[in-house]
Design a protein. Structure first.
Length: 489
């Protein structure tokens, strides 16, 4: 919609990012954080009215959560049971990964007849468990009626004025229950100030609250990441790419040894030389990688082995916590031929240890076309012993399956968010989440402890790798990949 520039008096427009930060504004475990009529949300004795008034940005509309006349609780919720909530069963660990991990439920709300709300976080399926907190949308009060069962611990709560009667309400809690789903509720309260909670009452068919945005994420995601990207390439030219394989410092991408510098005796992946320059192109700010029929596939890496030194590298590597994200497109029609399906085209981060010839390494396969027609797969694995990959490999095929783009000009955002077990706010739980177009995919919080399998994710520096082409039983296929931009936060 057109912006009324007079509202800002020449200042940059206020956005969701202005209020809650880069990461919470771009990633959400709730599929429709700005639309209470969207996926997963369910109403109980309430209705949702659109265009209920401008939000705190003074540009975009809010919605009204309005009660009916029932003598009951009035709410809107994302359920946590019956297969309807966020997260579904992961057979390997029987949990969606939130056990003991502090979660933050955040809502931007304004009084509209009712002046208080209660925010609830719930787990379900195996063990039903809840925690909740009240928020006063007039006086700016909270922490007056926190409730939790024996599985939950309330970690924190806050309410902050955004101006114009709008409040950012955040509620943090963690559960020790081993569950497969997590959900959240926004509940209307007909009390006022810091009086006792009053959520069961006869509604008047009119009153409610305005809601502008809602978010559910690990609590640490709000504070762990930089306020601006650590790495960004919009592919305006080839100048950021070492197309001539000089391996000189200063490039964002290198073409040498795009696959690991070690040779796994059980793998069919050869260790090959640099990606030929003519398989890399940039046009209209779009990078296209085509298949290199002389090797395994064309690829670029943010770091490469130094000339003459297999135990050192040139380029950039990244230590978690961080988010790897790319805007990517492929031709999905090629996936209908199952002989094309393989580990590339792909985007992944790989531990620099393995890339420079050391033994223990880890990889986060953010996007690889091995899942089946029309789909991609995302996995992580921890290679404890590269030389004996099969029995010594600790690997989880998470079966995170997302849909491919409609065509090679239909760009989709794919991202992997990695929080370490030492990241403040994680309660010692490392975790990895996958997002498609900023929305969480079920089954994708993969947790680990400070020691043991996957704990290398806490400390290992990782290079980002992008690749195209396809290896299939030694026969190569041509499967290009296009990228609009790449960033690491």
């Amino acid at each position: 919609m057109p912006v009324n520039k007079s509202v800002f008096f020449g200042r940059p427009p206020i956005t969701l990012k202005s209020f809650i930060g880069l990461v919470p504004a771009n990633f959400n475990m709730i599929p429709s954080g700005a639309d209470l009529t969207g996926t997963l949300w369910q109403v109980a004795n309430t209705s949702i009215t659109g265009s209920a008034g401008l939000g705190p940005d003074a540009r975009t509309q809010s919605q009204k959560l309005k009660e009916n006349s029932a003598n009951s609780e009035h709410n809107v919720s994302v359920p946590s049971g019956g297969g309807a909530g966020i997260g579904t069963q992961v057979p390997a660990i029987a949990t969606c990964g939130t056990t003991n991990l502090p979660m933050r439920f955040a809502v931007i709300a304004k009084a509209a007849g009712r002046t208080r709300i209660v925010l609830k976080i719930r787990t379900g399926n195996f063990i039903n468990s809840i925690a909740s907190m009240g928020f006063d949308l007039v006086g700016g009060n909270t922490n007056y009626d926190g409730v939790h069962d024996g599985h939950f611990t309330i970690v924190g709560q806050a309410i902050r004025s955004l101006g114009g009667g709008w409040w950012l309400c955040t509620f943090d809690a963690r559960s020790d229950a081993v569950d497969t789903q997590i959900g959240c509720d926004i509940i209307l309260d007909n009390g006022s100030g810091t009086a006792a909670r009053s959520t069961t009452y006869i509604g008047d068919n009119v009153s409610g609250v305005q809601i502008w945005y809602s978010s559910l994420l690990p609590m640490a995601a709000w504070t762990a990441f930089s306020t601006s990207p650590k790495f960004f390439d919009d592919f305006n030219s080839l100048n950021t790419i070492d197309v001539n394989d000089t391996r000189a410092p200063g490039f964002s991408w290198y073409t040498h040894n795009r696959w690991p510098a070690w040779r796994d005796p059980l793998s069919s992946i050869p260790t090959v030389a640099a990606t030929p320059a003519n398989f890399i192109s940039v046009n209209n700010s779009i990078l296209t990688l085509s298949s290199d029929i002389s090797g395994y596939g064309s690829g670029l890496m943010s770091a490469a082995v130094k000339p003459g030194n297999n135990n050192d590298f040139v380029g950039q590597v990244f230590v978690p916590p961080c988010i790897y994200e790319a805007s990517v497109a492929v031709d999905p029609t090629l996936s209908s031929d199952v002989s094309y399906l393989g580990s590339v085209p792909a985007i992944w981060s790989s531990g620099i240890n393995g890339l420079i010839g050391q033994n223990h390494t880890q990889a986060d396969n953010i996007y690889e076309l091995i899942a089946g027609p029309g789909s991609y797969q995302s996995t992580i694995f921890d290679l404890e012993n590269i030389a004996t990959e099969g029995p010594g490999q600790l690997e989880i095929e998470q079966h995170i399956i997302g849909k491919l783009s409609a065509n090679i000009t239909d760009f989709r955002r794919v991202a992997s968010m990695v929080l370490t077990s030492t990241t403040p706010g994680t309660n010692g739980i490392g975790c990895r989440l996958h997002f498609a177009d900023g929305v969480f995919f079920s089954n994708t919080i993969w947790p680990w402890a400070a020691t043991g399998p996957f704990s290398i994710l806490d400390t290992e520096s990782k290079a980002l790798i992008v690749g195209a082409g396809k290896e299939n039983g030694g026969a190569l296929r041509n499967w290009p990949m296009a990228m609009d931009w790449v960033r690491i936060i």
